[in-house]
Design a protein around this ligand. Structure first.
Ligand SMILES: [Fe+2]
Length: 446
């Protein structure tokens, strides 16, 4: 069992929590990067073999930067009941919303830092990565919460949702900039599909009700499978008013993540992100559960697509944007829900490129640019941080952790978002190897 791909090699968990101070940096850490880079991922305790990659206990790797110095690094498990073995489903069949692995994402909103995993309540952690406990918005959140909430860059509101195999399948929430839940509404007509992510635009919410659907037969602990007989749809709902959805038929497909969505001048909604077809989904799933015949890497071929939803048509227009297998798309969050020119993602070997890289897509030119981080070096999700006083959408930095598969070391890397192919602006040596992980955030000092 120990050769499960999600606990082997680059994904092998670390056995201990470390704290290190005054880390060695190379190049020049921009002094304006004063805050914390936190990155979550699945890191089961030694000896624990989860049934699915996404069932491994969450561990956050954190780096404190201040005035051009890397002051500390620490890695900490999120201390939830699940870390100590509490089951998601209690013996009486009820669900324990606090039994979260809390290993998918870590975000900051309204002064709280939350570790997220979509089947459970958020877990609050401190700025030093100690666990505070499950967080339910003062008792107002009585369901799970997605790991991909969206903060509106203009209002500061946090938009999120809960999805379920059972009705009501979908509940939409909005928390104010101060962190109070101010809207909670059941979404009409949603189905039992796996909804890892969604999108907001200036005036709308976009739902992905696509080909991966609740299925009792799936025994990995995440009961969803691809179903060709499920009618895949993308839904558009006004952000305010009745929770009535206009559904657009799409080709069979699935997304874990949306890069962005926005309204154009003609009232159409554009949705972009890495799309799985059936083969890419099922090949990736085999890796995620360690099934025979799995792919070499966790992404067996999701590729960048665009869906254009034209009011009155009820059918999406779909466009292939690029052929590289990618996931973990990111943007400058100042344009979240607004027309973006650039997006960034992690590439996986395939599509003619035999290595991992950070890719930058330019929607204005249709071009792409790839990072050159060296042989056997694997980056994770690239978090965009806008430069102080920046005016262009790509005036900023990309933050990621890069691991060297040959030397079993990791470093924190700062790339110039203008040119991801250039050598890093700065790197920080981390005290131990950081396993391949999931999502993270830059949390600037207030
Ligand atoms: Fe995700």
């Amino acid at each position: 069992m120990n050769d499960m791909p999600y606990i082997s090699d680059h994904y092998a968990p670390v056995a201990e929590e470390h704290t290190a101070h005054a880390l060695t940096a190379h190049g020049t850490l921009p002094p304006e990067l004063t805050g914390r880079y936190f990155r979550n991922g699945h890191n089961p305790k030694p000896g624990v073999v989860p049934t699915h990659w996404f069932k491994g206990a969450g561990m956050i790797h954190g780096l404190r930067l201040r005035d051009g110095n890397a002051e500390w690094y620490r890695n900490r498990w999120v201390r939830t009941p699940a870390l100590d073995g509490a089951p998601f489903q209690r013996p009486d069949g009820s669900i324990d919303l606090t039994a979260s692995v809390a290993g998918t994402h870590v975000i900051e909103h309204a002064g709280r830092i939350l570790a997220l995993q979509e089947a459970n309540l958020p877990f609050e952690v401190t700025a030093e990565l100690d666990t505070v406990g499950a967080y339910d918005f003062g008792g107002k959140l009585t369901t799970a919460m997605t790991a991909h909430p969206k903060e509106d860059p203009v209002t500061g509101e946090l938009h999120f949702f809960a999805y379920s195999p059972f009705p009501p399948h979908l509940i939409y929430y909005v928390a104010s900039a101060a962190g109070e839940i101010i809207r909670q509404v059941e979404v009409e007509g949603a189905g039992p599909s796996l909804m890892h992510d969604f999108a907001i635009t200036e005036n709308h919410v976009v739902w992905l009700d696509m080909s991966v659907v609740f299925d009792h037969a799936e025994q990995s602990g995440i009961p969803y499978r691809w179903h060709d007989d499920y009618a895949p749809r993308i839904g558009v709902m006004p952000r305010t008013g009745p929770a009535t959805v206009t559904w657009y038929d799409v080709e069979p497909g699935a997304l874990l993540h949306v890069a962005n969505a926005y309204e154009d001048g003609a009232g159409r909604i554009h949705v972009e992100g890495p799309r799985f077809d059936r083969s890419a989904w099922e090949g990736s799933w085999k890796w995620w559960v360690g099934a025979p015949g799995h792919s070499e890497v966790p992404n067996a071929g999701a590729i960048q697509y665009r869906w254009i939803l034209e009011p009155g048509t009820r059918r999406a227009k779909e466009e292939l944007m690029d052929g590289l297998p990618t996931d973990f798309p990111t943007i400058n969050d100042a344009v979240l829900g607004r027309r973006n020119r650039y997006s960034y993602a992690v590439t996986f070997p395939g599509g003619g490129l035999h290595r991992h890289a950070i890719v930058k897509y330019d929607n204005a030119t249709g071009g792409r640019q790839l990072s050159e981080l060296g042989a056997n070096r694997v980056p994770g999700e690239a978090v965009f941080v806008a430069a102080e006083g920046g005016t262009a959408e790509d005036d900023g930095y990309l933050l990621t952790i890069v691991s060297d598969l040959e030397h079993h070391t990791s470093e924190f890397v700062v790339l110039d978002a203008h040119d991801v192919s250039a050598p890093p602006i700065a790197t920080v040596e981390l005290p131990h190897r950081v396993p391949g992980g999931i999502h993270g955030s830059w949390i600037a000092d207030a």
